[in-house]
Design a protein around this ligand. Sequence first.
Ligand code: HEM
Length: 411
Amino acid sequence: MATRIMDEAAKVFADPKSYTDEAALHAALTHLRANAPVSWVDVPNYRPFWAITKHADIMAIERANTLFTNSPRPVLTTAAGDDQQAAIGVKTLIHHDDPEHRAIRAIGADWFRPKAMRALKVRVDELAKRYVDQMVAAGPECDFVQEVAVNYPLYVIMSMLGIPESDFPQMLKYTQELFGTDDEEMQRSSSIEESMGVLLEMFAYFNELTAARRATPTEDLASAIANATIDGEPLSDIDTVSYYLIIATAGHDTTSAVISGGLHALIEHPEQRRRLRDNMDLMPLAAEEMIRWVTPVKEFMRTAQQDTEVRGVPIAAGESVLLSYVSSNRDEDVFDEPFRFDVGREPNKHNAFGYGVHFCLGAALARMEVNSFFSELIPRLNEIELTGDPAYTATIFVGGPKHLPIRYSLK
Ligand code: HEM
């Protein structure tokens, strides 16, 4: 029987509130990296798992994608949440393993490659300008997260999918409810069943979209998914709606968290803001640093298919490992002064987009959105300050700031 030592600090992973207090969270993660980099976590309401906090271990696990699979437990939820999701049968890209995963991923992949991104750039730049102009109109004060950051990536991804603009607010609400199930302000309800109702409503919405695009194909990503075939067969209904679901959710809350968390960092580090403004060629590096700094996707999981070990700790077949991207992106063995926000950081080997076969499909889009937004904002920004305390979402999966009250003057 393997030794299973649980370090008390590892409880942070199963406590949504821990992500609302970054200082306490990072103190716990730093302790784990130094003392228990592979820690057993067995707490009420969750099935037990191993918490992996070192960058090198996470990369090795992601590389070994047949030994460590995404199925059956791709992200951490409560045991009740695991059961509900299994009952609903949700099967997005992150629930699949190869070979199905590779075939299904290929359907959407061209839409997110650099060539497609270059074609989209003019539009994304225009939208960045539109949202910075809106800041001017709303100024001199706003809640940057709710008034600006959430809307801009939402607009981009929903337009790509082909969702009508009148439905964007509903899509935003669904995503916030889905990722905010652990946050009292964002959640629809504290009951698991009612929270899962969000998923069912999204499925109903997307089933209608599939039917419409199969009846009359258009030029959007929704049509490409609805009419795709694998070995001559269309995708199953559950694979089709799940595809929409992951793109419609992963495609904006993540990027908006980076934009608002990135702005928060620039407010707290005015010397870095000036450095960037004086040398806008640093923008691509600054965008990577914001993505590392915020790491909006907190974790993904893998499950061992046979007995193995990580850093000498035995992991039995059937046991799950949680990959803490938040921890690996502050790993002292990989980053020089990991707690320094440095808009010129180079190299910056963060793994906020994961690694290997499941590497984030939308990484090039997210990078472009962050670049376009700050390329518009920074040269126009005279002054900026906080007018209250920022608040972070309680989550164990995806999140970042939910309120960032600011006062500013813009050209
Ligand atoms: C800064 C913003 C973003 C971050 C930090 C992020 C992060 C991640 C991470 C960590 C994964 C899992 C990778 C792994 O298991 O190795 C992932 C997967 C994925 N992301 Fe993103 N993401 C972002 C933006 C986006 C956008 C804009 C889209 C747009 C469609 C997107 C779509 C996806 C999809 C479809 C997957 C599943 C890929 C697969 O399983 O093959 N993400 N993302």
